[in-house]
Ligand binder design. Structure first.
Ligand code: SF4
Length: 167
């Protein structure tokens, strides 16, 4: 099992809860001692189960994720047999356009604030909205729209928690 980068899963303390029944979890937030980000990210791919979240879920059925390095969306799209997206109701939007808007102008600026380098991005320093920046630490390099379960994947499931979680 692997856990992708997700504030929602962190807030739910999913890693510790699952560790009680599974001692083989790869978590992008918990690299092995001395391990590079790339090596941890590669270990999250191709696992039987992958857990992550999304930046927005539209009431018309699409999910939207923005990614800076690509490891989170890559692992959610291919390699795992079962992928679970866990999200709070704060991420639900009326339609695809508002889901994309939320991902770019709500989730991405808040994510930019998370670490030292990306907190210098204009969305993190100025008003919380996207400036379509050219920052070297831009966190929005790909936008993924999930329409349906990926072909050949056993399960792609959405778990909605009835509270506000993550970005
Ligand atoms: S493109 Fe740049 S300004 Fe826009 S949300 Fe992403 S990091 Fe922030």
């Amino acid at each position: 099992m692997a856990i992708g980068d997700s504030r929602t899963l962190l807030e739910l303390n999913v890693h510790d809860a699952l560790s009680e029944v599974n001692d083989n979890i790869t978590d992008i937030q918990r690299p092995l001692p001395g391990e590079s980000f790339r090596d941890t990210a590669l270990r999250t791919m191709g696992r039987d189960v992958f857990l992550t979240s999304v930046n927005a879920l539209s009431q018309t059925g699409e999910m939207v994720n923005i990614d800076g390095t690509g490891n989170r969306v890559a692992a959610s799209l291919f390699g795992s047999q079962e992928v679970f997206f866990v999200l709070g109701i704060n991420k639900i939007t009326p339609d695809l356009a508002s889901a994309i808007y939320r991902a770019r102008n709500v989730a991405a600026p808040l994510n930019s604030k998370k670490n030292k380098k990306s907190s210098l991005n204009p969305c993190a320093k100025l008003e919380e909205k996207c400036y379509d920046c050219g920052s070297p630490d831009r966190i929005c390099n790909a936008l993924t729209i999930y329409y349906k379960k990926m072909r050949n994947m056993q399960t792609m499931e959405i778990i909605i928690i009835n509270e506000s979680l993550g970005f």
